[in-house]
Design a protein around this ligand. Structure first.
Ligand code: DAK
Length: 261
């Protein structure tokens, strides 16, 4: 796998762990890191041995402390626009990637960091994690999906409160409002993320991929259109070897051996 300057990438049995690593800036997202993440995601999408991806931050203090404020500060309107498009396209790539992505939130997930976690499919938080969309305190709005993904996850009222006040919440509150799926002790974080990834890997990859697409599509549309899409992907499952294997294994009372075909 290509070596990167701001990311570490570890592969183990179909699970790839990406560690975002700019410790001096609490892993804040700069252009270089976003470009590397973009390239790495392309690489992982094409690699059939990769089944599930975990994204975490280096160290114990921060997942991602937002977009890099010092890099953002001097941007012109045109540069700001280019910079925004880059981040938005990386986050959208994560959301649309045909493989599950788990955020293992090890510390501060602020601004772009909270938005990155929200672009992932599942969020597991360390009990020490903290979440906020503090952009209004910097005179800007969130720009990597915060105004859109946050209300979809926690509801309009709670999202507006977090967006209007920039208030920081702890992991327990993030769990209570539905921003994260699970909270675990800091030392258990990676084990919990890997356990979740393994559970997913034991299931049929194409079916998981189709569930991801159906949820993503359905949440953006009316129920009837979503249900129609569900019928379509359900039908497509019957063209896969994994459907035949999964149902044969059930009838024969054995563990299914899925191949992702
Ligand atoms: N950017 C750059 N450097 C950062 C940083 C950030 N977001 N966060 C922390 N750092 C750096 C600090 O400057 C400091 O560097 P040195 O001074 O040591 O050189 C180092 O990390 C350690 O930070 P602190 O000394 O501040 O550490 P503390 O423990 O005292 O505080 C903190 C930790 C996370 C509470 C604090 O650092 C903090 O408040 N950081 C800023 C958090 C924040 O506001 N994040 C949101 C950034 S805005 C858009 C797209 C995206 C966005 C907006 C628009 N469009 C498409 C339009 C996204 C915006 C954001 O994410």
């Amino acid at each position: 796998m290509t070596p990167y300057e701001n990311l570490q990438c570890e592969v183990s049995g179909g699970i790839v762990t990406i560690t975002l690593s700019r410790p001096k800036a609490l892993n804040a997202l700069n252009e270089a890191m976003l470009r590397e993440l973009d390239d790495l995601l392309d690489e992982l999408e094409k690699d059939h041995s990769v089944k599930t991806i975990i994204i975490t931050g280096s160290g114990t203090k921060s997942f991602v402390a937002g977009a890099d404020i010092s890099e953002m500060q001097p941007l012109s309107v045109e540069e700001g626009c280019e910079w925004a498009k880059l981040g938005q396209s990386v986050f959208s790539k994560i959301e649309k990637l045909p493989k599950p992505v788990i955020a293992a939130v090890n510390g501060f997930a602020l601004g772009g960091g909270c938005e990155l976690a929200m672009a992932c499919d599942i969020r597991i938080a360390s009990a020490k994690a903290k979440f906020a969309q503090p952009e209004v305190s910097l005179g800007i709005t969130p720009g990597y999906g915060g105004t859109q993904r946050l209300p979809r996850l926690v509801g309009k009222g709670r999202a507006k409160e977090l967006l209007f006040t920039g208030e920081m919440i702890d992991a327990a509150e993030a769990y209570r409002i539905g921003l994260v799926n699970k909270v675990v002790e800091p030392e258990q974080l990676m084990t919990a993320a890997i356990t979740m990834a393994e559970k997913i890997i034991n299931c049929a990859p194409l079916a998981v991929q189709m569930c991801k697409a159906a949820v993503n599509k359905g949440i953006e549309t009316d129920l009837d259109t979503g249900i129609a899409y569900e019928a379509e992907v359900f039908g497509r499952c019957f063209a896969t070897s994994d459907q035949k294997e999964g149902m044969a294994a059930f009838v024969q009372k054995r563990k299914a051996n899925f191949t992702g075909q």
